[in-house]
Design a protein around this ligand. Sequence first.
Ligand code: GLU
Length: 296
Amino acid sequence: MPATLAEVTRFAPSPTGLMHLGHAYAAMVAEDLARKTGGRLLLRIDDIDFARCRAEFETMIYEDLAWLGIAWETPVRRQSECLIGYNDALDKLRGMGLTYPCFCTRKEILQEAARAPAAPHGMEGSLYPGTCHTVSLDERNARMNAGDAYALRLDLAAASHRSSKRIWFTELGAGPQGECGGIDVKPSLMGDIVLARGGAQGLSAWAYHLAVVVDDAAQGISCVTRGRDLFYATHVQRLLQVLLGFPAPRYLHHGLVVDAAGKRLAKRHDAVSLRQLRLQGMTVQQVRDLAHQSVC
Ligand code: GLU
């Protein structure tokens, strides 16, 4: 019998609101895997969305986790302190000719998708229709030099061409349709994702998919545990890992905590924030049990 692998896993909340039962459950899944395998639980603060992240929510994350009795290693990785790594990864993809600037506004993308019913669709709705893929190099350069706002997108066609090998991942949990085991990736489910945003002042924001793959590699994560809502993101994240030469973690996508009406919890569900439950007098064990019972 092979020895159980000591998994290095992580809990990666974004400090954009109060933590709720869903976060407690995600943290418990990661904690459980680390404990069962004699591994490690790392904490990461996904604070790359500068407009939405707030210091007080980060403080509450530490307080809530400590109250739940979840221990994590220090130093904690904070995305806002790792921008150089995201830039390096982006430069690498750019150097390989796998990105292109997109000048479309959100409104234009929605209008284009509505106009062309045959526009590409992923598992989560319409995908970027590729409008700027065909913009000439001269026009791209002119618009970037003029300081137009742009998103740097992954050129999926070029990227897939470059890595023609089979890419797959191991799912230890289950996807939204029960997907498990060895799963072949279909990055087209996500389309030409945004990797970063820029404008007259150069790059100003790095996107979730890029940051996550850089972080998971930098932290030596052997098993990513996270909610099933991110299952399809794994398809394109695996492609990025291959392109960037990063190792492949295993994945354990878990069920999501829902409210009494069966709806997934959001940060605005303050009534079930961990802070609120604590103030109502619930014990740690009661909150842990409630999180387990509320998973769908
Ligand atoms: N920060 C993300 C979230 O709060 C999780 C990122 C991940 O697990 O890949 O949903």
